[in-house]
Design a protein around this ligand. Sequence first.
Ligand code: PNS
Length: 158
Amino acid sequence: MRRAVCPGSFDPLHMGHVEVIARTAGLFDEVVVAVATNYSKTSMFSLEDRIEMASEVFRGLDGVSVAPMGAGLLADFCHEIGASAVVKGLRNGSDLDYEVPMAVTNRALRGVETVFLPAEPRFAHVSSTIVREVHSLGGDVRDMVPGVVARRLGAKRR
Ligand code: PNS
Protein backbone atom coordinates (compact mmCIF):
# COMPACT_ATOMS: atom_id res chain seq x y z
CA MET A 1 0.00 0.00 0.00
CA ARG A 2 1.63 3.21 -1.18
CA ARG A 3 0.49 6.43 0.45
CA ALA A 4 1.55 9.88 -0.80
CA VAL A 5 1.11 13.35 0.63
CA CYS A 6 0.37 16.41 -1.49
CA PRO A 7 1.10 19.29 0.89
CA GLY A 8 0.43 23.00 0.52
CA SER A 9 -1.16 26.12 1.84
CA PHE A 10 -3.86 25.92 -0.86
CA ASP A 11 -4.73 29.57 -0.27
CA PRO A 12 -6.62 29.11 -2.43
CA LEU A 13 -6.60 25.72 -4.15
CA HIS A 14 -6.19 26.24 -7.91
CA MET A 15 -6.44 24.10 -11.05
CA GLY A 16 -2.69 23.43 -11.10
CA HIS A 17 -3.00 21.81 -7.66
CA VAL A 18 -6.10 19.86 -8.69
CA GLU A 19 -4.45 18.50 -11.82
CA VAL A 20 -1.28 17.36 -9.98
CA ILE A 21 -3.32 15.74 -7.18
CA ALA A 22 -5.51 13.89 -9.71
CA ARG A 23 -2.37 12.55 -11.45
CA THR A 24 -0.92 11.55 -8.06
CA ALA A 25 -4.07 9.54 -7.37
CA GLY A 26 -3.28 7.53 -10.48
CA LEU A 27 0.21 6.70 -9.20
CA PHE A 28 -0.43 5.87 -5.52
CA ASP A 29 -3.00 3.78 -3.63
CA GLU A 30 -3.83 6.65 -1.29
CA VAL A 31 -3.25 10.39 -1.44
CA VAL A 32 -3.55 12.71 1.53
CA VAL A 33 -3.96 16.38 0.63
CA ALA A 34 -2.26 18.00 3.63
CA VAL A 35 -3.42 21.56 4.25
CA ALA A 36 -0.75 23.54 6.08
CA THR A 37 -0.98 26.31 8.59
CA ASN A 38 1.64 28.63 7.16
CA TYR A 39 2.69 31.14 9.79
CA SER A 40 5.00 33.02 7.46
CA LYS A 41 2.11 34.11 5.24
CA THR A 42 -1.09 35.99 6.00
CA SER A 43 -3.72 33.70 4.60
CA MET A 44 -6.76 34.81 2.62
CA PHE A 45 -8.83 31.80 3.74
CA SER A 46 -8.87 30.21 7.17
CA LEU A 47 -7.54 26.68 7.58
CA GLU A 48 -11.13 25.43 8.01
CA ASP A 49 -12.23 27.12 4.77
CA ARG A 50 -9.25 25.71 2.85
CA ILE A 51 -9.97 22.20 4.15
CA GLU A 52 -13.66 22.52 3.30
CA MET A 53 -12.99 23.65 -0.26
CA ALA A 54 -10.42 20.89 -0.89
CA SER A 55 -12.76 18.27 0.61
CA GLU A 56 -15.52 19.35 -1.75
CA VAL A 57 -13.25 19.31 -4.81
CA PHE A 58 -11.79 15.84 -4.11
CA ARG A 59 -14.94 14.20 -2.76
CA GLY A 60 -15.44 12.10 -5.88
CA LEU A 61 -11.81 11.10 -6.38
CA ASP A 62 -11.05 7.56 -5.19
CA GLY A 63 -8.28 7.22 -2.63
CA VAL A 64 -7.93 10.96 -2.02
CA SER A 65 -8.54 12.47 1.43
CA VAL A 66 -7.94 15.90 2.92
CA ALA A 67 -6.38 16.55 6.33
CA PRO A 68 -4.85 19.43 8.28
CA MET A 69 -1.06 19.14 8.34
CA GLY A 70 -0.71 21.02 11.59
CA ALA A 71 2.10 23.43 12.30
CA GLY A 72 4.94 20.89 12.54
CA LEU A 73 7.34 19.40 10.06
CA LEU A 74 6.03 17.87 6.85
CA ALA A 75 8.48 14.98 7.32
CA ASP A 76 6.96 14.20 10.75
CA PHE A 77 3.43 14.37 9.33
CA CYS A 78 4.39 11.88 6.59
CA HIS A 79 6.02 9.58 9.14
CA GLU A 80 2.96 9.71 11.43
CA ILE A 81 0.51 8.75 8.70
CA GLY A 82 2.78 6.17 7.06
CA ALA A 83 3.30 8.05 3.80
CA SER A 84 6.43 7.16 1.84
CA ALA A 85 6.39 10.07 -0.58
CA VAL A 86 5.57 13.73 -0.98
CA VAL A 87 4.32 14.70 -4.44
CA LYS A 88 4.66 18.23 -5.78
CA GLY A 89 4.04 19.90 -9.12
CA LEU A 90 6.84 21.84 -10.76
CA ARG A 91 5.96 24.79 -12.99
CA ASN A 92 9.45 26.13 -13.72
CA GLY A 93 13.05 26.35 -12.60
CA SER A 94 12.20 28.64 -9.69
CA ASP A 95 9.89 25.98 -8.29
CA LEU A 96 12.70 23.46 -8.62
CA ASP A 97 15.20 25.73 -6.82
CA TYR A 98 12.68 26.26 -4.01
CA GLU A 99 11.61 22.63 -3.70
CA VAL A 100 14.87 20.66 -3.94
CA PRO A 101 16.36 21.83 -0.61
CA MET A 102 13.06 20.93 1.12
CA ALA A 103 12.99 17.54 -0.61
CA VAL A 104 16.56 16.77 0.46
CA THR A 105 15.78 17.89 4.04
CA ASN A 106 12.62 15.78 4.26
CA ARG A 107 14.56 12.74 3.10
CA ALA A 108 17.34 13.41 5.61
CA LEU A 109 14.85 13.92 8.47
CA ARG A 110 12.55 10.94 7.93
CA GLY A 111 13.55 9.14 4.76
CA VAL A 112 10.55 10.61 2.94
CA GLU A 113 11.13 10.83 -0.81
CA THR A 114 9.74 13.63 -2.97
CA VAL A 115 8.30 12.98 -6.42
CA PHE A 116 8.03 15.94 -8.78
CA LEU A 117 5.43 16.03 -11.54
CA PRO A 118 5.76 18.56 -14.36
CA ALA A 119 2.86 21.00 -14.34
CA GLU A 120 0.34 20.70 -17.13
CA PRO A 121 1.38 23.58 -19.47
CA ARG A 122 -2.06 25.21 -19.51
CA PHE A 123 -1.81 25.71 -15.74
CA ALA A 124 1.93 26.44 -15.53
CA HIS A 125 1.30 30.18 -15.02
CA VAL A 126 -1.23 29.65 -12.21
CA SER A 127 -0.29 30.17 -8.57
CA SER A 128 -2.30 31.03 -5.49
CA THR A 129 -0.54 34.41 -5.43
CA ILE A 130 -1.67 35.17 -9.01
CA VAL A 131 -5.23 34.06 -8.20
CA ARG A 132 -5.38 36.29 -5.11
CA GLU A 133 -3.96 39.28 -6.96
CA VAL A 134 -6.20 39.00 -10.04
CA HIS A 135 -9.25 38.47 -7.85
CA SER A 136 -8.43 41.32 -5.48
CA LEU A 137 -8.11 43.72 -8.43
CA GLY A 138 -11.48 42.71 -9.87
CA GLY A 139 -10.36 40.17 -12.49
CA ASP A 140 -12.01 36.90 -13.46
CA VAL A 141 -10.22 33.83 -12.04
CA ARG A 142 -12.81 31.21 -13.00
CA ASP A 143 -10.42 29.51 -15.47
CA MET A 144 -7.80 29.16 -12.74
CA VAL A 145 -9.75 27.69 -9.82
CA PRO A 146 -12.39 25.00 -9.20
CA GLY A 147 -16.02 26.18 -9.07
CA VAL A 148 -16.27 26.00 -5.28
CA VAL A 149 -13.23 28.26 -4.90
CA ALA A 150 -14.58 30.74 -7.46
CA ARG A 151 -17.86 30.91 -5.53
CA ARG A 152 -16.08 31.46 -2.19
CA LEU A 153 -13.93 34.19 -3.74
CA GLY A 154 -17.06 35.82 -5.15
CA ALA A 155 -18.73 35.67 -1.74
CA LYS A 156 -15.69 37.36 -0.16
CA ARG A 157 -16.03 40.25 -2.61
CA ARG A 158 -19.73 40.87 -1.83
O1 PNS B 1 1.72 25.94 -0.78
P1 PNS B 1 3.00 26.29 -0.10
O2 PNS B 1 2.82 27.48 0.80
O3 PNS B 1 4.15 26.45 -1.05
O4 PNS B 1 3.34 25.04 0.85
C1 PNS B 1 4.59 24.96 1.49
C2 PNS B 1 4.57 23.84 2.54
C3 PNS B 1 3.52 24.11 3.57
C4 PNS B 1 4.33 22.53 1.87
C5 PNS B 1 5.99 23.89 3.16
O5 PNS B 1 6.27 25.16 3.65
C6 PNS B 1 6.17 22.88 4.27
O6 PNS B 1 6.44 21.73 4.01
N1 PNS B 1 5.99 23.33 5.53
C7 PNS B 1 6.07 22.46 6.70
C8 PNS B 1 7.25 22.80 7.58
C9 PNS B 1 8.45 22.01 7.19
O7 PNS B 1 8.46 20.80 7.17
N2 PNS B 1 9.51 22.77 6.85
C10 PNS B 1 10.76 22.21 6.50
C11 PNS B 1 10.77 21.69 5.09
S1 PNS B 1 12.39 21.44 4.72
